[in-house]
Design a binder for this molecule. Structure first.
Ligand code: ADP
Ligand code: MG
Length: 352
């Protein structure tokens, strides 16, 4: 069956919405390219707080709708459930793109970082119950491993679809209460290399705290970057040449680092870490050598976590946070890394 026909039929039978169908609730976020609200359907007032999310976006909304449509068909579990997107131009203001998702839950990974209990608060969310096992390195390791696996799984879905997210950070990873897994949100800076959508890198969209050192997603030697859809046959070659997906892997590596070291969870400390790493020429081993001899108990504990099981966590971290994109693991290869060989969180809950 032809993919185009499938997409068309799917589109035909999906409900369509317009502005007046929604009742605005609480504001959830506001960035430079849009405002996000919790909303409910006007004809379905049963949902008190609203079981949908609305983003009113500026010009980049068109790309974000396109990316979400593609994700829903190709790798639905990777990202928040997209419902519908449309151009809203009925008011006197400049036209806005409206994007609707299902409300996935109250916490992003950034919210969960704020809690002193992290990562135990996540264990409770994933397992749905409080564990009365002794707290310790081994248990923390398994929770962090489970979170990393979920993030990499979602990234693998996106990358296999040909999409690079380019804004992977704890603020853009939401805990889906229904599936009890982490999902990726905010495809506003994403790029789809297979069809050339949003190919020209908008560096100003990138968050410097989590961005990999390469300034451009594709090497500047790539001949004339197409800005309009091009033949898909060409793009996989470019993908192989430039490995743009490794940009997201670097960001995911920084999230791994933040999970292991509580002291790196604030913006300022992460910015300071980035400066230190740059001074070490992006060599994590060199960074470790400079900080470990004079580190406090918290940092030491982080290294102990990474050194468990013969240092397999440290090994994985090193193969994600690397200067050269080519030397970073792909999401798929990271999932096959021995760090994930051991059973994760679920095994822990059956251990008692
Ligand atoms: P922005 O461009 O403002 O960063 P995001 O898409 O990241 O927009 O959304 C902003 C915030 O709204 C997120 O950090 C999250 O707290 C919340 N949010 C977004 N999508 C959802 C969703 N599907 N379910 C629940 N909350 C969401
Ligand atoms: Mg965001």
């Amino acid at each position: 069956f032809d993919m185009f026909v499938l997409a068309f039929v799917e589109r035909l039978f999906r409900p369509t919405y317009k502005k007046d169908d929604f009742v605005l609730g609480k504001k959830l976020g506001e960035g430079s390219f849009g405002v996000v609200y919790r909303v409910s359907l006007a004809n379905k007032p049963s949902s008190k707080e609203g079981d949908l999310v609305l983003k009113k976006a500026t010009e980049y909304g068109a790309v974000e709708i396109w990316m979400n449509e593609r994700v829903r068909r190709a790798c639905a579990n990777s990202c928040a459930d997209f419902v519908y997107g449309f151009l809203e131009s009925s008011s006197k203001k400049a036209a806005e793109y409206w994007l609707i998702w299902r409300f996935e839950g109250n916490s992003t990974l950034a919210d969960l970082f704020q809690n002193r209990e992290f990562p135990y608060n996540v264990e409770t969310l994933i397992l749905g119950e409080v564990q009365d096992l002794p707290k310790g390195l081994e248990r923390e390791n398994r929770i962090i491993q489970t979170i990393m696996r979920q993030i990499l799984f979602a990234l693998d879905g996106l990358h296999s679809t040909g999409i690079v997210h380019r804004d992977i950070k704890p603020q853009n990873i939401i805990f889906s209460e229904e599936s009890r897994t982490f999902k990726i949100i905010d495809l506003g800076a994403a790029t789809d290399l297979r069809v050339g959508i949003n190919y020209i890198p908008k560096e100003f969209l990138l968050d410097p705290r989590y961005a990999a050192p390469e300034q451009y997603i594709m090497s500047t030697q790539t001949p004339s970057a197409p800005s309009v859809p091009v033949a898909t046959a060409l793009s996989p070659v470019l993908w192989q040449l430039n490995l743009p997906d490794r940009f997201d892997i670097y960001s995911a590596g920084l999230i791994f680092l933040q999970m292991v070291f509580p002291g790196l969870r604030t913006d300022n400390s992460l910015i300071q870490f980035n400066r230190q790493l740059k001074r070490c020429d992006y060599d994590l081993v060199a960074w470790r050598k400079t900080v470990e001899p004079r580190c406090g108990p918290e940092l030491r504990r982080g290294f102990e976590l990474l050194d468990l099981d013969g240092g397999i966590g440290w090994e994985l971290l090193k193969s994600m946070v690397r200067y050269k994109a080519r030397q970073r693991l792909s999401a798929k290869a990271a999932l096959a890394h021995p760090y994930f060989d051991r059973e994760g969180l679920l095994a822990l809950s059956f251990m008692q």
